[in-house]
Design a protein around this ligand. Sequence first.
Ligand code: AMP
Length: 191
Amino acid sequence: MKYVILMGAPGAGKGTQARLLEAALHLPQVATGDLFRHNLKNQNRLGQLAQSYMDRGELVPDDVTVDMVRERLSQPDCATGAILDGFPRTLAQAVAFDSLLAELNGRICVVPYIHVDVDVLVARLLQRAAIEGRADDNEETIQKRMVVYQQQTTPLLDYYREKGALVQINGDQPVAQVQQDLLHAVAMGSQ
Ligand code: AMP
C-alpha cells in the first residue's frame, strides 16, 4: 500500500490537486475536512462533535481524527493506498499514522508540500468563500486556520523532511503545472 501525503496551508490547492491525482494514480483521495463535512451533513455524533471545532477554525481532537482515518483507510477502495489531503495535521497525528502504516504494512511514497505565499492564500480562501459558501471560509475563521496551520502543522514539514520524504512544489502556478510537478514527485517517490 502506498500513501501520498499532500501538505500545504489552507487554500494551497490540496483538494483540487488531490482530485486530479486520483485519476492519474488510481488511488482515492481521503480528505479529512470532507469526511468531517460529510458527517456534519448527516448530523451524526462525529459530525456534531467536529462542527464546534470547524466553526472556530480549530482542529478536531487527534484521537477522533485518527480513528476516523483508520476506519476510512480500512475500506476496500483504499486497499492499495490513498492520497491523504488534510491529514496528518499535527505531530501526534503523524506519529499515529506511522503506527497505522506499520499495521497496514504500507509506506509513504512521497510528501509533496504545495507552497503558496500567505497573502495569496487568504485571497484564494476569500474567493472560495464567495463561490462555494463554505461556512468556515469567513475572514475571521480563515485567519484562525492560518495561525493553527502555522503552529500545529508546519512542524510536520521538518518531520517529513528528516525522513527524506518531503518535496516542495510551487503552488503559485497554473493548476496543470502544479499537477505535473506533483506527478513528477510521485514518480520519484515510487522508485
Ligand atoms: P479542510 O477542509 O482540510 O480545510 O478542513 C476543514 C476543517 O476540518 C479544519 O479547519 C478542521 O476543523 C477540521 N479538520 C480537517 N482535517 C483535520 C485534521 N487532520 N485534524 C483535525 N481537524 C481537521
